[in-house]
Ligand binder design. Structure first.
Ligand SMILES: NC(=O)c1ccc[n+]([C@@H]2O[C@H](COP(=O)([O-])OP(=O)(O)OC[C@H]3O[C@@H](n4cnc5c(N)ncnc54)[C@H](OP(=O)(O)O)[C@@H]3O)[C@@H](O)[C@H]2O)c1
Length: 310
């Protein structure tokens, strides 16, 4: 397993993490706790040490499942969780952290992230509260999620003796909005990009179209899954399929490998079971060639302006 530093810290995390929204068992079709647990255990056996969750996933269920699975090797795992954007007022944030600690069955969080910004709460107060939590040893590092460059700059300006280590944002081979401003900024500042939806919520696995998603599935509202997009994406995926045949790596693995070929990006694919977790973790330890990357790039340039991804 390859590892990389989280931001400027000396904390090493596996280059591929595990996204645990699915462990919340809501909004992703049928999910069984025992399958998710074996996905976590298998991942750890394969060298993964980075798990991303949030208080909101399954209303705390995801955190509880993780807490149960890792109780015997807590200190070997880097736990990233998130406070919801509606919990950023100091007293709410304190309460949110206590809830996460309890469910995760631990007395510290490695990476505590703000899930999304809240323009109605003083960011200064929120950041000062986070810094206090770090000084008290309840959290080790601070991360943001879904913050713009401007908001990140503001957040950092309120920290006195530490810096944020990461911003968690959507990034995959099809949805590359962050490449214009966010990625160059985070790279320059040595802040890790934690890439969510690295498999475009499963679209890159060829299993889905809009018609076969249940009404309760979170992907039903994802524009990427609409008919015109899916048709457009098919030609792009055919290039990935060709490269997959040449290399023996599946399209899922190519998509994750494409992300880790960027030095400060850490994808966190969501896995529901052991098989998915195993496939995802086999995406490291090798690299796409420059020629393969160019073929992917050329095809992407052809379709990118026609894609409607929001
Ligand atoms: N900060 C934020 O606002 C935010 C937002 C979204 C996600 N996240 C985080 O990022 C993580 C990942 O993002 P995501 O869940 O949106 O999307 P994703 O990782 O792109 O897609 C996950 C889905 O892909 C399918 N899948 C995964 N591995 C597979 C494999 N090897 N073979 C076939 N299918 C596979 C599964 O769907 P099926 O089995 O159902 O097909 C799984 O539910 C989440 O778990 C969460 O931790 C954060």
């Amino acid at each position: 397993m390859e590892y990389r530093n989280l931001g400027k810290s000396d904390l090493k995390v596996s280059v591929i993490g595990l996204g645990a929204w699915q462990a919340g068992a809501k909004g992703w079709g049928k999910i069984v706790d025992s399958d998710v647990k074996s996905a976590i255990l298998t991942s750890i056996e394969m060298g993964l040490n980075f798990i991303d969750t949030a208080e909101v996933y399954g209303d705390g269920h995801s955190e509880s499942v993780i807490g149960e699975v890792i109780k015997d090797n807590r200190d070997d795992i880097v736990i990233a969780t998130k406070a919801s954007g509606n919990h950023l007022k100091p007293e709410y944030l304190e309460r949110a952290l206590e809830g996460s600690l309890k469910r995760l069955n631990t007395n510290y969080i490695d990476l505590y992230q703000l899930h999304w910004p809240d323009i109605y709460t003083s960011l200064k107060e929120t950041m000062k509260t986070l810094e206090r939590m770090a000084n008290n040893g309840k959290i080790r590092y601070i991360g943001l999620s879904n913050f713009s460059v401007c908001q990140i700059e503001e957040a950092r300006s309120y920290l006195s003796n530490m810096d944020i280590v990461s911003n968690q944002v959507r990034y995959n081979i099809l949805q590359r909005e962050i490449e214009e401003e966010m990625l160059p900024y985070l790279t320059k500042e040595k802040i890790s990009v934690i890439a969510y939806s690295p498999l475009a919520q499963g679209l890159l696995t060829f299993k889905y179209d809009h018609a076969n998603l249940e009404a309760s599935d979170v992907r039903k509202n994802n524009k990427l899954f609409t008919e015109p997009n899916i048709r457009m994406i098919a030609s792009f995926l055919s290039v990935l399929k060709d490269i997959s045949l040449e290399t023996g790596h599946s399209v899922v693995q190519l998509a994750l490998n494409w992300l880790i070929s960027r030095d400060n990006v850490i994808p966190i694919p969501g896995a529901k079971n052991r098989d998915q977790a195993t496939i995802n973790l086999q995406s490291n330890g090798w690299r796409l060639s420059q020629e393969q990357i160019k073929r992917i790039e050329d095809k992407y340039q052809e379709i990118k302006d026609k894609l409607d991804t929001f």
